[in-house]
Design a protein around this ligand. Structure first.
Ligand code: BG6
Length: 477
């Protein structure tokens, strides 16, 4: 008797670009359980041989120099394919047969959420859900109501403890490191509050545009696509109270408290900015605007969002959390900036003192730097000269440049196999995040706040700068 992973939507983009390569890498590193079968399931009636050839192509493309014939030969033996169409329940018979010898199954639903109810219903009817786990991807709905419907569909076949909701940001190395930084070092925690911290900035900037995902993206926009999940998850990890332990519920209880303490944004005109990229130059190339790419001149979908959020609790009273994300921005960068307050009194005469700043960069490189005031080496004449200097920790330098950077899904798939839900989003978290986002979406549409244009390759509409300047702050770029 053995374990099996069934990937629904096996011929889709996510499966081929992320899931199969991640499983391949885990296997190559000896991290997959002996005998684990990986069964692809999709509507297309392709032969198992053709499917495996497609997987090989995708894996080799991703693995590049790390692709090895030996590792592939081992991995290939695990692969299988069945045709399963949620609109034809009888087509699940092949899957049932395939799982006959399996003692424990993980169902990865890499399909449109519209199919979850039908898939879960059929799996349950065939008695395949007992002791099984299910993994789902974002988008977990388009608003709170649709998220609840998805959660109900999952709950009709699986216990909450067996439901793994993926937010791939939680699988990133530096996101994990945020927990280590905060809770494995004594000196940050006493300062981690409104007394010492002036503001927090979270930026997730991408240089890519639509990447052919028009039909999905135009229905969601940046607030739903990025803020509801990735950006708010980063915010939770920065702002949460120290959990009692690293177990799943201790961590998730603290995260959900942060989401529930988010103050609903009352003044959307001054505290939020929506933008949509227009023509411009991105990564050295002239690129079309969003509406042109989407072939819809009247599209009201935002590709940029900036928010000034507040967390109403003792720790964070009065500290603005500036959140921003956008496509076709000037550079690709994901980072969290913790801006500390200035020293209360300077004894250094004319020198301008810069307040300490901690920058945690997730992408493109992973590094952490702390801006400190330092004396400029010189003979003091007319007072000590000071200069801000960054104390930098590059993770690549500290832990080896040659190490392959892992795909976030590797960590997440391994956690599902190990039945550890710490890195996954609990139902109440997903729903609390939608509550915050829904109020913004509703306000935008009630007040007719259309996205402001910004040139591709810039840092978004100028209103994005005004958002921080209003409080005497500015974005760190
Ligand atoms: C996805 C969004 O969840 O995250 C995409 O749907 C976005 O629009 C992507 O491009 C960004 O992920 P990463 O890991 O490249 O920062």
């Amino acid at each position: 008797m053995s374990q099996a992973i069934v990937i629904f939507g096996a011929t889709g983009d996510l499966s081929l670009r992320m899931l199969y390569p991640s499983l391949y890498f885990l296997d190559a590193d000896g991290l997959l359980p002996e005998g684990l079968r990986i069964v692809g399931a999709a509507r297309s009636a392709v032969s198992a041989g053709d499917f495996v050839a497609r997987v090989r192509e995708a894996v080799c493309e991703r693995a590049g120099e790390h692709c090895s014939d030996e590792a592939w030969a081992r991995f290939e033996k695990r692969l299988g394919y069945v045709t399963a169409d949620a609109s034809r329940p009888e087509s699940f018979q092949a899957l049932e047969n395939e799982l006959a010898g399996s003692s424990q199954t993980i169902f990865y639903l890499s399909t449109s959420p519209d199919l979850y109810a039908a898939i879960c219903g059929e799996l349950k009817a065939r008695g395949l859900t007992g002791g099984a786990r299910v993994v789902v991807e974002k988008p977990l709905g388009r608003d709170l109501a649709s998220c609840r419907r998805i959660n109900d569909a999952l709950a009709s076949a699986f216990e909450e403890a067996a439901i793994f909701r993926i937010d791939h940001y939680l699988g990133k190395e530096t996101v994990q490191n945020l927990l280590a930084l905060r809770f494995a070092n004594a000196f940050f925690e006493p300062l981690w509050n409104h007394v010492s911290i002036e503001q927090v900035q979270i930026t997730v900037a991408e240089t890519v545009g639509l990447e052919g995902r028009h039909s999905y993206y135009d229905h969601y926009g940046a607030l739903r696509d990025m803020v509801q999940n990735h950006v708010l998850q980063l915010l939770c990890l920065v702002a949460m109270e120290p959990p009692a332990s690293l177990d799943a519920d201790s961590v998730r209880n603290e995260k959900v408290k942060v989401l529930r303490s988010l103050r609903p944004i009352a003044d959307l005109k001054s505290q939020t900015v929506r933008g949509q990229y227009a023509r411009g130059v991105a990564e050295g190339h002239a690129v079309p605007g969003y509406a042109e790419e989407a072939e819809d001149a009247s599209s009201e979908t935002e590709t940029f969002v900036a928010l000034a959020a507040h967390i109403d609790n003792w720790r964070w009273a009065g500290v603005p959390f500036y959140l921003r994300t956008g496509k076709r921005m000037a550079v690709r960068r994901t980072e969290i900036v913790i801006q500390f307050r200035e020293v209360p009194h300077s004894i250094f005469g004319g020198s301008d003192l810069a307040a300490n700043r901690l920058t945690i960069r997730l992408q493109p490189e992973e590094d952490i730097s702390l801006l400190l005031m330092n004396k400029t080496p010189s003979l003091e004449q007319g007072g000590m000269q000071l200069k801000p200097v960054a104390l930098s920790l590059s993770l690549a330098d500290a832990f080896g440049r040659k190490a392959r950077r892992r795909i976030a899904y590797e960590r997440l798939l391994l956690a599902v196999l190990n039945n550890d839900p710490t890195l996954f989003v609990r139902r109440d978290e997903a729903e609390a995040a939608w509550l915050f986002v829904d109020a913004i979406e509703d306000g935008w549409s009630r007040q007719g706040l259309s996205p402001l244009p910004y040139p591709a390759g810039s840092w978004g509409p100028s209103a994005g700068f005004a958002l921080t300047e209003r409080n005497g702050h500015s974005w760190y770029e």
